[in-house]
Design a protein around this ligand. Structure first.
Ligand code: S3P
Length: 171
């Protein structure tokens, strides 16, 4: 079993995927993203999985993608923003953290997440009123992000490269 060097969690717009790529370069390893894994498995974009198959099916694919990556990916792993809500995933992250793994919660405010999220069709959970949806998600999820995290990094006003350097210096 090969565990990741670093796992990134946080809401949409916290910069997980970009930070993962830069951090992987700094650590001379590979970045992996569970959203991309799920899209590859399903053979279609996340927005289409939600429409065609529903959110529960997406969450099932996501749970499997996270479990596979936690067991086999040696580099930096970025999780989809809602992955931590799955109890199996939360338990797996807790176990990984207890075994010395690094789980970083990329904290971000709505003001800084909004421009990154871009209110387009690619994030089905933010359709309608994206700002209000995002705030609701973050309120419900913050306790879970904080529970699974071994490190919390405040990203407001900082570039993904700055955030990646801070994490690289800490691991
Ligand atoms: C989701 C976040 C998305 C993606 C899906 C659901 C969520 O990933 O997994 O649209 O529940 O917050 P990002 O956090 O990379 O945007």
């Amino acid at each position: 079993m090969t565990a990741p060097r670093v796992v990134l969690v946080g809401p949409p717009g916290s910069g997980k995927s970009t930070v993962a790529r830069t951090l992987a370069r700094l650590l001379r390893t590979d970045a992996r993203d569970t959203d991309a894994d799920v899209e590859r498995t399903a053979g279609k974009p996340i927005s289409e999985i939600f429409v065609d198959d529903g959110e529960p099916h997406f969450r099932m694919l996501e749970r499997e993608a996270v479990a596979a990556a936690l067991a086999t990916h040696p580099g930096v792993l970025a999780l989809g923003g809602g992955a931590v809500l799955d109890p199996t995933t939360e338990a797996a992250l807790a176990q990984y953290g207890e075994a010395g793994g690094v789980v970083v919660f990329l904290d971000v405010s709505l003001a800084h997440a909004a421009p990154r999220v871009g209110f387009n069709q690619s994030r089905p959970l933010l359709l309608g009123n994206p700002r209000a949806q995002w705030q609701g998600l973050m309120e419900r999820r913050r306790p879970v992000y904080e529970r699974v995290a071994t490190h919390v990094v405040q990203t407001d006003g900082r570039t993904p490269a700055q955030v990646a350097h801070q994490i690289a210096a800490a691991v």
